[in-house]
Design a binder for this molecule. Structure first.
Ligand code: C2E
Ligand code: MG
Ligand code: MG
Length: 691
């Protein structure tokens, strides 16, 4: 983790160290340079003074010294006299040694007598001086023979200085002068230390001042970081325990809350109610309006569920369209029933999705703790079983869990197992319901309707088992079988003289989407020998809405085979009428729910007439389902329906029972429907189905 104070302190100390070193080096360099310059200048001035006073007197000696043997040079009286004069001149000065060289580097004179006669022509300082420049150098000597004694540990400035009689003339000798600058160097060092100490103190004060700010900033940053971490953890926790779509607690949190509630019950002796809620026919909404609409329904459902609960209750979404509610601290089980009732009422109002209003109902299962069971897991299973019982008994209701429900649940497991075996055991049968033409009164087609001949329960209607076939995917194999049987049967009728009879087979959404559909249709036609124009496939509106592109493609392929396509239960789905223009549909089958009250209810009559008019203008065939009365038939014929289907003529029958009816030329008349005065005998185009 980033600790600002620590980083600041380390960086500051390193910075202070670097600044101190830099200032020290800088100061010393400048001070030593100016010391050298200053002392060199003093040595030059001294040389000037010496040469002015001594040279007239000793110039001949210096110039001729090269001719004197070196060992004798020190014994010469000029040397002794020169020494006297030099010592006098340098008395009181910092100068500790003076040497004089002739132009060839011979030491003619030195305040240190044993050096007289030595050759220094190779010395760099001497050579520089001989070329006319002054050469100075600061040196440290731990042991140095000065003029009058040996001195120790000294900083000395040595200068080689040329002297000439005339400015611009030749160099006639070189002075070497040593000045003792130890005290000056010591002063420089002392000043350096003082400066360093001052700078360090100032920097340290600055460090302390900034430290206060940095520590405060550090605290703020750490506080901010820990807040952020806490918020992240809360977010992760929230996501782990909540459903992202509705914001309700999820299954994991639900179990937790349930356990908590159960523990509470042990202490306070009250009860808990569990409501298992499932939206009715939610799959239809998803299939026909798309998943986005489905999601919005779920969000609204969650809101409604939450709104009829108390603060202490918990509502959770445990998956798909299933919700669970924990009702805590119930003193009477009736309170759970009241809550379930409130919930069902809450859904009486349609849910608005964009411009549509959708009526969504719920089925609710109720179980109570402690009642039948004291096991929390079992409590949920019981509520689930009760919810399924609510579905089975017609949806949009609640059912209280009882022990008998278990037996029902067991039954439904057996039902499903039986359904899986029905196809190989050849327990399916197809009944055919006639489609009666309103112009001719004759049966022009039949709809193939599946039944399950259950070995124990007898004939079971499709609404009981088709949803299960769809859920389990078995519908594809069963649908394939239906297609083949329907085509075969129709061809048999053709062979027995009803050569224009067409057969309609229902396709479920799954079947329509299956990749094998085209091959199945082709095979059924081929195997049966039925010409494609006599086969009609019934689709539901939902196929037009969901993945319209793919549906269009599939419908075109089917049309290429030559079969006709109809929209079943028209008016009950959510498809836009606009779709009809784009899809290659031949026939609309108006749903029986509009027909039921078509004679009494003006709204239903208006809708039915409008659908008929729409179909006519789009050149589509129009059929009305669920025709049960003569009045309905007359009305439907009057608004231009081409075909009628319903109990008025016949229910769905096994093929052998349908045979006598097929031979009847005017089933309409047989059913007692008065002949239409305009239509009869004229073959009026209002009821003639478009080709
Ligand atoms: P559907 O395709 O709309 O079929 C019409 C339903 O209305 C049939 O119910 C029929 O018996 C019933 N019906 C006919 N006339 C009347 C009437 O006058 N009054 C009333 N109240 N009802 C009438 P059924 O046979 O129970 O079939 C129900 C649904 O099951 C069918 O509705 C269809 O959607 C589905 N279905 C039936 N067979 C198959 C099949 O082989 N495959 C698929 N995927 N679905 C099928
Ligand atoms: Mg149908
Ligand atoms: Mg129908």
């Amino acid at each position: 983790m980033f600790r600002l104070t620590r980083v600041y302190s380390i960086v500051s100390f390193l910075g202070m160290l670097l600044v101190a070193i830099a200032i020290g080096v800088f100061y010393r360099t400048i001070a030593v340079r100016s010391l050298i310059e200053h002392e060199s200048q003093a040595n030059v001035s001294l040389t000037q003074a010496l040469s002015n006073t001594l040279f007239p007197k000793y110039s001949d000696f210096v110039l001729q010294a090269a001719g004197i043997p070196p060992n004798e040079l020190g014994e010469r009286p000029e040397v002794a006299s020169l020494r006297e004069d030099v010592l006098q001149k340098i008395r009181g000065l910092r100068v500790v040694k003076v040497k004089i060289y002739d132009p060839d580097g011979l030491t003619v004179f030195s305040t240190e007598p044993r050096e007289i006669g030595e050759k220094k022509s190779n010395n760099a300082g001497f050579q520089r001086a001989k070329s006319g420049a002054t050469a100075s150098d600061l040196v440290f000597r731990d042991h140095f023979s000065a003029t009058e004694q040996v001195i120790e540990n000294r900083n000395l400035l040595s200068s080689y200085i040329p002297f000439r009689r005339n400015p611009g003339g030749p160099v006639e000798g070189v002075f070497e002068i040593y000045a003792d600058v130890t005290t000056l160097v010591r002063d420089i060092r002392r000043t350096e230390y003082t400066v360093l100490a001052g700078v360090t103190v100032l920097l340290f004060l600055l460090y302390l001042f900034l430290l206060i700010i940095v520590r405060r900033a550090d605290r703020i940053i750490r506080h901010h970081e820990s807040e952020e971490r806490r918020a992240q953890q809360e977010q992760i926790h929230y996501m782990a325990y909540h459903d992202p779509l509705t914001g309700l607690p999820n299954r994991a949190l639900f179990k937790d809350r349930l356990q908590h509630a159960v523990n509470h019950v042990e202490r306070n002796g009250l009860s808990i109610g569990i409501l298992f809620i499932d939206l009715d026919r939610f799959k239809n909404i998803n299939d026909s309006l798309g998943h986005e609409a489905g999601d919005r329904v779920l969000i609204e459902a969650a809101k409604r569920i939450r709104s009829c609960l108390r603060e202490v209750d918990t509502a959770c979404r445990i998956g798909g369209d299933e919700f669970m509610v924990i009702l805590e601290r119930l003193s009477l089980t009736d309170e759970a029933v009241l809550a379930a009732g409130r919930l069902i009422n809450k859904f009486a109002e349609p849910i608005r999705i964009g411009s549509r209003e959708i009526l969504v109902t719920v089925s609710v299962g109720i179980s109570i703790y402690p009642d039948v069971t004291k096991n929390a897991e079992r409590l949920l299973k019981d509520a689930d079983a009760a919810m399924h019982a609510a579905k089975d008994s017609g949806r949009n209701r609640y059912v209280f869990y009882t022990k008998e429900l278990d037996a029902r649940a067991q039954e439904s497991v057996e039902f499903e197992m039986g359904l899986r075996r029905a196809l190989p055991r050849e327990e399916y049968v197809i009944h055919y319901q006639p489609l009666v033409n309103t112009s001719s009164g004759a049966i022009t087609g039949v709809e193939a309707l599946l039944r399950w001949q259950h070995p124990e329960r007898g004939l079971i209607q499709p609404n009981r088992f088709i949803p299960l076939l769809e859920d389990t995917g078995m519908i594809i194999a069963v649908g394939e079988w239906v297609l083949l049987q329907a085509c075969r049967q129709c061809q048999r009728w053709h062979d027995s003289g009803h050569g224009t009879l067409r057969v309609a087979a229902n396709l479920s959404m799954k079947q329509f989407r299956s990749s094998s559909l085209l091959a199945n249709v082709r095979q059924a036609l081929e195997v049966s020998g039925l010409p494609p124009r006599y086969l009609e496939l019934e689709l539901t509106e939902s196929v037009l809405v969901d993945d319209a592109e793919q549906a269009l493609e599939m419908m075109r392929e089917l049309k290429k085979i030559g079969v006709s396509l109809s929209i079943d239960d028209f008016g009950t789905g959510y498809s836009s009428l606009n779709y009809l223009r784009h899809f290659p549909v031949d026939l609309l089958k108006i749903d029986g729910s509009f027909i039921r009250d078509v004679v009494r209810n003006r709204g239903d009559a208006a809708i039915t007439a409008a659908i008929a008019a729409l179909a006519r203008s789009l050149h589509l065939g129009i059929l009305a389902e669920g025709v049960e009365t003569r009045e309905q038939a007359s009305f439907l014929r009057s608004i231009g329906c081409h075909d009628l289907q319903g109990l008025l003529f016949s229910g769905a029958l096994p093929p052998e029972q349908l045979a006598p009816l097929l031979g009847n030329l005017n089933v309409l008349k047989l059913a007692g429907v008065e002949p239409d005065p305009i239509v009869s005998g004229t073959g009026n185009s209002a009821t003639a189905r478009p080709q």
